[in-house]
Design a protein around this ligand. Structure first.
Ligand code: MLT
Length: 408
C-alpha cells in the first residue's frame, strides 16, 4: 500500500470556509423557509462589469475562428495583460517593473499556497495572528510547521495583531526566513501605514528575510498615503514578492485571474556560498506545473484596465465600500467595538463578553439567519472577534444590519 505524506495528516480539521459552509448547509436544510444572508466568505456578489463581459464574448469568438484560435499560451501570461498590469497597477504609482517580473495565474490563493515550495524545508515562517489560513496550512503540508500545541504550530512564528498594538505586528523575537504580510488585512480589515511597511522592508533587508506580501485588497484603500504596493517602499524589490488578484477588484472570484510579482533583484541563498534568483525559480516552477491562465480570461482581465472597465469597477468597489461604512456605523451604534472596514471590505467586530467567536457565529446563524466568519478560525488572536464582509448587496447588508440590531 502506498503511504501518505504525513504532513497532510497534521492538518487540524477542514479548511475554515469549508467548515462554515457545512454548518450553513445544515442550518438551511433544517430551516428551509429561512433566508440566510452571508457576510461570511469574502465572495463578491455583483456580476462582472459589462466591459469584461464584452471582452469575454469577443475572445470566445476568436477561439472558434481557425485564424485566431490560441492553444497553449505562455505559462507566465500573455504580454498584452502583463503590459497593462505594469503600466496601470505599478508605473502610475512610481514603481518600475519589467513584464517578465509579472506572472499571471488563475488565483492569488494557489500562488500564495505554492510559492513556499521555493524555500528550504527547514525555513522558519512568520505569520500575523489572526491570519488567512492558506499561509499556515500550505506550510504545514510542506512539513515546515513542527507540532501543534494549544492551537499553534511549534515552528511557526506568530505575530499577534490585536487592539493593544493597533493590529500592527511587532517584529519577531526569532528571525524568520519568510514573512507573510497581507495588507489591507484579511481578516481584520486594518492597514499598515507607509512608515510601518517601510519598517518591515528595512527589517527584511537587515535580517535577510523574504516578505510574501498579499495585496489582494489594495483596491479598497480609501485613505491617502496608505501604500497599495510594497514596491512603493524603496528597497522592497530586493526582499518582497507581491500577490494581487482580480477577484475582489473586478468580480473574478468565479472567473479566476491573478498575478504574482517576483522582482529580478530578489535573490535568496543557494544553501552554499552563492545566491539564486526567485524570479528564475518561480518561472521554472510555473513552466513545469502550470499551463497558464485561459486566453479568454486574460482578455477579460485586460478589459479591466480599459477606460470603461476602470469606471465600471470603480463603481462596483464604491458600492462595497458603502456597505462597509453602513456595517461599521451601525455596529458601532449598537455598541460593538469595530475595526477595519475603512480601507478594506472586512469589518472586525468584537463579540459580546459572554460568548466566544464560534458561539457568536452560532447565535447569529441560529437566531438571525446571518453568516459571519468566527475570528478564532483565523488564529488564537482572532478569538473574541468575528469578521463581516461588505461584499453583499446593499439590500442584504441593510437587512443584515436590521437582523443584528434585533438580536442585540
Ligand atoms: C476570505 O473570505 O477570506 C477569502 O474570500 C478567501 C479567499 O480569497 O480565498
Amino acid at each position: 500500500m502506498a503511504t501518505v505524506n504525513s504532513n497532510f495528516l497534521k492538518l487540524q480539521s477542514n479548511y475554515l470556509f469549508a467548515d462554515i459552509a457545512r454548518k450553513v448547509t445544515a442550518f438551511k436544510n433544517a430551516n428551509p423557509d429561512r433566508r440566510v444572508i452571508s457576510l461570511g466568505i469574502g465572495d463578491v456578489t455583483r456580476p462582472l462589469p459589462p466591459a469584461v463581459i464584452q471582452a469575454l464574448h469577443k475572445a470566445v469568438d476568436e477561439m472558434g475562428d481557425a485564424t485566431l484560435f490560441r492553444g497553449y499560451g505562455p505559462e507566465q501570461g500573455y504580454a498584452f495583460l502583463r503590459d497593462v498590469i505594469m503600466q496601470y497597477d505599478y508605473k502610475v504609482r512610481g514603481v518600475t517593473l519589467a513584464p517578465d517580473e509579472i506572472f499571471v495565474s488563475d488565483g492569488a490563493k494557489p500562488d500564495v499556497g505554492n510559492f513556499q515550495e521555493l524555500f528550504a524545508q527547514d525555513s522558519i515562517v512568520a505569520v500575523t495572528d489572526p491570519v488567512y489560513p492558506v499561509y499556515v496550512d500550505s506550510n504545514v503540508m510542506a512539513g515546515r510547521s513542527g507540532e501543534i500545541k494549544d492551537s499553534q504550530w511549534s515552528r511557526i512564528v506568530y505575530l499577534p495583531c490585536i487592539k493593544e498594538n493597533d493590529f500592527v505586528p511587532d517584529f519577531p523575537a526569532v528571525r524568520p526566513d519568510m514573512i507573510y504580510l497581507c495588507y489591507p488585512n484579511n481578516p481584520t480589515g486594518t492597514v499598515l501605514s507607509r512608515a510601518a511597511l517601510q519598517g518591515w522592508v528595512e527589517y527584511a533587508r537587515r535580517e535577510g528575510c523574504v516578505i510574501l506580501y498579499d495585496s489582494a485588497y489594495e483596491a479598497f484603500i480609501t485613505e491617502a498615503d496608505i501604500p497599495h504596493s510594497i514596491y512603493e517602499i524603496d528597497g522592497a524589490e530586493e526582499v518582497a514578492v507581491e500577490f494581487r488578484s482580480f477577484s475582489k477588484t473586478a468580480g473574478f472570484t468565479g472567473l479566476r485571474c491573478a498575478y504574482t510579482v517576483v522582482p529580478k533583484a530578489l535573490r535568496i541563498s543557494d544553501g552554499k556560498s552563492g545566491s539564486v534568483s526567485l524570479n528564475a525559480l518561480w518561472n521554472r516552477r510555473q513552466c513545469t506545473k502550470y499551463n497558464g491562465c485561459p486566453y479568454i480570461v486574460q482578455r477579460a482581465a485586460e478589459a479591466v484596465y480599459s477606460e470603461r472597465g476602470q469606471s465600471e469597477i470603480m463603481g462596483i468597489i464604491a458600492g462595497y465600500q458603502r456597505n462597509a461604512t453602513m456595517l461599521r456605523t451601525a455596529a458601532s451604534e449598537m455598541g460593538f467595538a469595530v475595526y477595519g472596514g475603512v480601507n478594506a471590505p472586512y469589518i472586525w467586530l468584537r463579540v459580546p463578553d459572554n460568548t466566544d467567536s464560534w458561539g457568536f457565529f452560532d447565535r447569529l446563524l441560529q437566531q438571525a439567519g446571518l453568516v459571519c466568519t468566527p475570528g478564532a478560525g483565523f488564529g488564537i488572536s482572532g478569538e473574541g472577534y468575528v469578521r463581516l464582509t461588505a461584499f453583499g448587496s446593499p439590500e442584504d447588508t441593510e437587512e443584515a444590519i436590521h437582523r443584528l440590531r434585533s438580536l442585540c
